[in-house]
Write a protein that binds this ligand. Sequence first.
Ligand code: SAM
Length: 178
Amino acid sequence: MLPVDLVIIFTMLLIIGMMVTSVYGFIAGVPYVPTPHPVARAMVDLARLRGTENVMDIGAGNGRVLIEAKRKHPSIDATGIELAPTVWLLGKLNIFLSGIRIRFIRGNAFDHDMSRTDVIFLYLSPAVMAKLEDKFDRELKPGTVVISHAFTFPRRQPVEMTALPGWMGKKTIRRYEW
Ligand SMILES: C[S@@+](CC[C@H](N)C(=O)[O-])C[C@H]1O[C@@H](n2cnc3c(N)ncnc32)[C@H](O)[C@@H]1O
């Protein structure tokens, strides 16, 4: 096989991967956009983890927020759920390369029970936040902490928020307590 054949195969795989990611983003109503590293670190700080919690990232992307959380608090129990298979694969690879143990599930977060979760990280969309608020009202135990990058719940008020500068404007993160 010539090097040019490898380049063609790699390019085609990349294009197919981007198309699959776009289709899933369209179905879920949330495109894949990774949280910038400084924002991921600020989200972990705002969660004020003690180190013993069950932590979940809903729509975990490349696993960045959980890797950050687990690096800082190695004894937390970390689970990511990611809908898009291509993004999930990217997350698995990223987690493998980080050498950190994180449960990383491929699936729809709405099919998973969250009643035993202590802290949840989110970076989704207004429509999904509205649907999640109903699920959280049904399932979350009192005191569960939810940290959301950018998007708000329609009915619930954050207990704390912080904003970081970003090249596309300010990045706001909010802390909710259920
Ligand atoms: C904006 S990205 C954020 C990725 C990551 N949390 C971060 O902050 O870097 C949102 C991700 O949520 C995923 N997603 C959307 N709806 C989902 C659902 N119902 N269940 C699981 N993942 C979902 C999308 O596939 C996408 O990768």
